[in-house]
Design a protein around this ligand. Structure first.
Ligand code: ZN
Ligand code: ZN
Length: 230
């Protein structure tokens, strides 16, 4: 498989570039302080920011939308987000989630509500969105679960960028797929994973962890099925 996804490691989070025929698509922009890191990455890899024609936001959390305004100015790219997330983004509010454990609840309580700058996206997605017009064989797909309007990018070659839907942890010679720390709806999240697999996803790029293959994902789905049956 010829890979088209280029991960940009920003520390606690990743952004991703997708190489199209002539242009690039950027998926997520990291934290506010990630802007300089992305800029440096582009310079190092001799990618002209003006060749980035689209910015896809997997969802409206500050570790994914941080340097959005600066990135938009640098690239001149159009910005795409799901309609629900876009409504929160336009109001400067982080999309709400529920904590999945007592620890997560405590951490959420301790964290202040992040200040998001208001931003009006160019494309507000309701259904699937083809990336063909940007020279990329793939689609942006609505994959709710982590948040109501979470999106994934699925390329025809089986590479999927899934934002906070999953995370991956490296073991000695394999990777374990895990659910995110916080979510809005776990059953919707599981359905979204299954849907991506049914549409041909083979490699899952997560914003907060290692890349997972479809076997790791299938193991994760099985594990929870066993647990819920007890
Ligand atoms: Zn998130
Ligand atoms: Zn995140």
């Amino acid at each position: 498989m010829e890979k088209q996804v280029i991960p940009i490691n920003l520390g606690m989070v990743k952004a991703f570039l997708i190489k199209g025929d002539k242009e690039y698509i950027l998926v997520d922009v990291g934290l506010p302080q990630s802007f300089d890191k992305i800029k440096k990455f582009l310079i190092k890899n001799q990618i002209n920011p003006k060749n980035i024609s689209l910015i896809v936001l997997t969802h409206n959390h500050l570790d994914h939308t941080g340097g959005l305004m600066q990135m938009k100015t640098l690239t001149g790219a159009k910005v795409l987000i799901h309609k629900t997330e876009g409504d929160y983004l336009a109001r400067g509010i982080s999309t709400p989630v529920q904590a999945r454990s007592l620890l997560a609840k405590l951490i959420m309580k301790l964290m202040k509500e992040p200040k998001i700058k208001t931003f009006e996206a160019d494309f507000l997605l309701e259904d699937d969105f083809s990336l063909n017009q940007f020279g990329v064989n793939g689609n942006v797909i609505h994959t709710p679960g982590h948040t109501v309007g979470s999106l994934s990018v699925l390329l025809n070659n089986g590479e999927a960028i899934v934002g906070d839907m999953l995370s991956g942890k490296s073991k000695r010679n394999y990777t374990i797929a895990k659910y995110p720390f916080i979510w809005n709806d776990i059953s919707a999240l599981r359905d979204s994973i299954k849907m991506l697999i049914s549409k041909g996803a083979k490699v899952f790029y997560n914003a907060h962890g290692e890349v997972c293959d479809d076997m790791a994902i299938k193991n994760l789905l099985e594990k929870v099925k066993v647990r819920t049956n007890i």
